[in-house]
Design a protein around this ligand. Structure first.
Ligand SMILES: NC(=O)c1ccc[n+]([C@@H]2O[C@H](COP(=O)([O-])OP(=O)(O)OC[C@H]3O[C@@H](n4cnc5c(N)ncnc54)[C@H](OP(=O)(O)O)[C@@H]3O)[C@@H](O)[C@H]2O)c1
Length: 291
């Protein structure tokens, strides 16, 4: 049985039906089983809050492979990269070891101990915990999901006719479709030949957020006003929200980093061993999302 923590997310909802369609027994871990109602057909559902070690141990009972596609970037409250990506993944890895399961960790391209984005530091910590665990592992690192950002930016376009761009929006970022990442995670989970490897995946293009905003308007057939949140405003939010709204502070710091540091990626070499993997471009992902 393959247990998928994060099976209800953007990636998970694409991954779970693929695994079930290949004949694998799948168990989706979620904090709220109602969120997994649409997945109850392809898989069984287990309630688990990953920072709770007892929840996790119960939910992973009988698992042969565990996939972690969770993250705690957006909060709220105590939900954070520290509680979900560090502590939660440590619980999942520990319980997988006791169950004798192999482990696939979904991480981020650029995960590093001194990265300016807290999530990237927490993903690095989870990668280290997994490597030290002694269980068979595969790490899948992905760049930013097209669907996640199109939903954030497109939601504002639908609601207010405006598209929000954080910062200047002229820094190129690599975007990959969650559908393509799901296909690689499926391979990682089902091919024992991929154990002990770090697989990185990006999409075909490095795009600025200004370019994404233009593509989104084209796909939606709707012209909206592009509103930039200036860097000094992001800086002020990053500092002021730290104590009272940590998730907001985290998002502002991440937005500043994405507007300033190198977020490009060339996945030509990484894709070479997987010629059958889809390589969706942003216009196609937007078309599918809006359909
Ligand atoms: N989105 C991106 O741009 C991006 C880029 C690179 C890598 N990734 C990685 O890809 C994976 C999937 O991301 P996504 O964007 O698909 O996620 P998402 O749509 O934001 O969904 C987050 C998932 O995490 C689960 N989760 C969060 N806190 C949890 C907790 N305390 N206990 C149990 N489950 C918890 C949620 O489950 P419930 O709400 O059902 O409990 C949900 O399924 C993550 O590991 C992420 O770091 C994402």
């Amino acid at each position: 049985m393959i247990a998928v923590a994060g099976g209800t997310g953007t990636l998970g909802t694409r991954l779970v039906p693929c695994l079930a369609g290949q004949g694998h027994a799948v168990r989706v871990l979620t904090r709220d089983p109602a969120r997994a109602a649409h997945l109850a057909g392809p898989g069984e559902v287990a309630r688990a809050d990953v920072p709770d070690a007892r929840d996790v141990a119960k939910a992973l009972d009988g698992a042969g492979t565990v996939i972690s596609a969770v993250h705690g970037f957006g909060g709220p409250g105590g939900v954070s990269p520290a509680s979900v990506d560090r502590a939660g993944n440590a619980n999942l890895i520990g319980a997988a070891a006791r169950a004798g399961a192999s482990f696939v960790l979904v991480s981020v391209v650029g995960a590093a101990p001194a990265h300016p984005i807290e999530l990237f530091r927490a993903k690095h910590a989870a990668e280290q915990t997994l490597r030290a665990s002694g269980i068979p592992w595969t790490i899948v690192r992905a760049t930013a999901f097209m669907e996640t950002w199109a939903t954030i930016m497109g939601g504002a376009l639908q609601a207010s006719g405006k598209i929000l761009v954080f910062g200047r929006g002229d820094n190129p970022v690599n975007f990959v479709s969650a559908t393509d990442v799901a296909a690689l995670v499926e391979l990682a989970a089902t091919d024992p030949g991929l154990r002990g490897q770090v697989l990185q995946l990006g999409g075909p293009d490095n795009l600025t957020f200004n370019q994404v905003a233009a593509l989104l308007q084209e796909a939606a057939g709707r012209t909206g006003k592009v509103r930039h949140v200036p860097r000094p405003v992001l800086q002020a939010i990053a500092t002021l929200a730290r104590a009272i709204k940590p998730a907001l502070g985290r998002q502002a710091r991440a937005a500043l980093a994405m507007d300033t540091i190198d977020m490009t990626f060339d996945s030509t070499a990484a894709r070479r061993p997987f010629p059958g993997l889809p390589n969706t471009d942003m216009p196609s992902a937007l078309k599918e999302l809006l359909a």
